[in-house]
Design a protein around this ligand. Structure first.
Ligand code: 6OG
Length: 158
């Protein structure tokens, strides 16, 4: 028997120094050339927080010092029965120096210059809440993996 259909859990960490965000340019594989925060799949035996810290260290070589939950995104796909649930975290302080890895090259962007044309299609919808420190919950429907067809977004208090 199959177990209950649960969401696949992922993490996304965005460093925000107040004027700029630190994103990674993906160097290989799916989404090559595109920008995103740092993150990945939550592994067995790991909490969402532990996964967020681990992926940030693996992909950007830094450790966040004041990580906070910023929001949660659920992605549904017409070509994948399992929704993805991405827990988004923010931090303003970190230890270490953002360093290019095999997977990602770190780049700072001013808040007004976030490259949405080279990011996942959902990002333009929730970054405004993220940058205003409002907790957000979004559900996004994708067709053929990357085409955004609908979404619902709720924003909370600052
Ligand atoms: P790996 O599967 O490579 O981790 N991610 C998304 N981020 C945004 N902004 N929009 C999406 O739209 C995303 N789908 C996945 C979660 C994938 C990384 O990419 C994020 C993870 O940080 C569908 O390990």
């Amino acid at each position: 028997l199959e177990g209950p259909q649960t969401n696949k859990l992922l993490t996304l960490v965005i460093i925000n120094d107040g004027a700029r965000v630190l994103l990674g340019r993906k160097k290989r594989g799916f989404g090559e050339g595109y920008y995103n925060g740092f993150g990945g799949k939550v592994e067995a035996g790991e909490t969402v927080w532990q996964a967020a810290e681990r992926e940030l260290l693996e992909e950007a070589c830094i450790t966040a010092e004041d990580m906070k939950e910023a929001g949660v995104l659920v992605f549904t796909f017409d070509d994948n029965p399992q929704p993805w649930e991405v827990h988004v975290f923010s931090a303003t302080k970190y230890r270490g120096e953002p360093t290019e890895t095999d997977e990602m090259a770190p780049v700072w962007f001013n808040h007004a210059e976030v490259p949405f044309d080279k990011m996942w299609a959902d990002d333009v919808h929730w970054y405004p809440a993220f940058l205003q420190h409002k907790y957000f919950r979004g559900v996004f429907g994708f067709r053929e993996t990357t085409k955004l067809t609908w979404h619902v977004l709720e924003e909370g208090e600052e």
